[in-house]
Design a protein around this ligand. Structure first.
Ligand code: ZN
Length: 143
């Protein structure tokens, strides 16, 4: 057994590396750990999270549905150049159709790191990790 070749990375080096990774940068634990999660399922409005670092985030169910992180939805968004949470463009030539607002019929906690929604449109493959939610909320932050 030899320990040759093992090199310890200094904190500074690790941080530099993380900064260069951009979206892949690891957020501090307090930033991706919710202190409080409110799912307004009965009201049909959306989800609010209060993070341990004091930040608050809120998303509508529509937004969350359009930000579904499952492979199918992710690829579909990549393909059409949409960002998470951006809805599909509505065809303008057709008469507007009534769309029932999407909402979760079930909210399932996944371990301590994520939450899963069973949507009223039948879709349920997306696992929304706290980290994902914090990151997409960061890119979409308004006002
Ligand atoms: Zn999906």
């Amino acid at each position: 057994m030899s320990h040759e070749g093992i090199r310890f990375v200094s904190k500074e080096e690790a941080e530099r590396g993380a900064a260069m990774d951009g979206m892949a940068a690891k957020l501090p634990a307090e930033a991706v750990t919710p202190a409080k999660v409110r799912v307004h399922q009965t009201e049909g409005t959306g989800v609010e999270i209060e993070w341990k670092d004091g930040q608050r985030s809120a998303w509508s169910f529509r937004w969350l549905r359009d930000a579904c992180p499952c492979a199918t939805c992710h690829e579909e968004r990549e393909h059409s150049g949409r960002r998470p949470g951006e809805g599909k463009p509505k065809p303008t030539t057709l008469l507007p159709m009534y769309e029932a607002p999407v909402r979760p019929t079930e909210v399932i906690p996944v371990g301590r790191y994520a939450v899963k929604f069973k949507w009223s449109d039948g879709h349920e493959s997306g696992i929304y990790s706290w980290e994902y939610l914090r990151k997409v909320c960061g890119t979409e932050a308004k006002g």
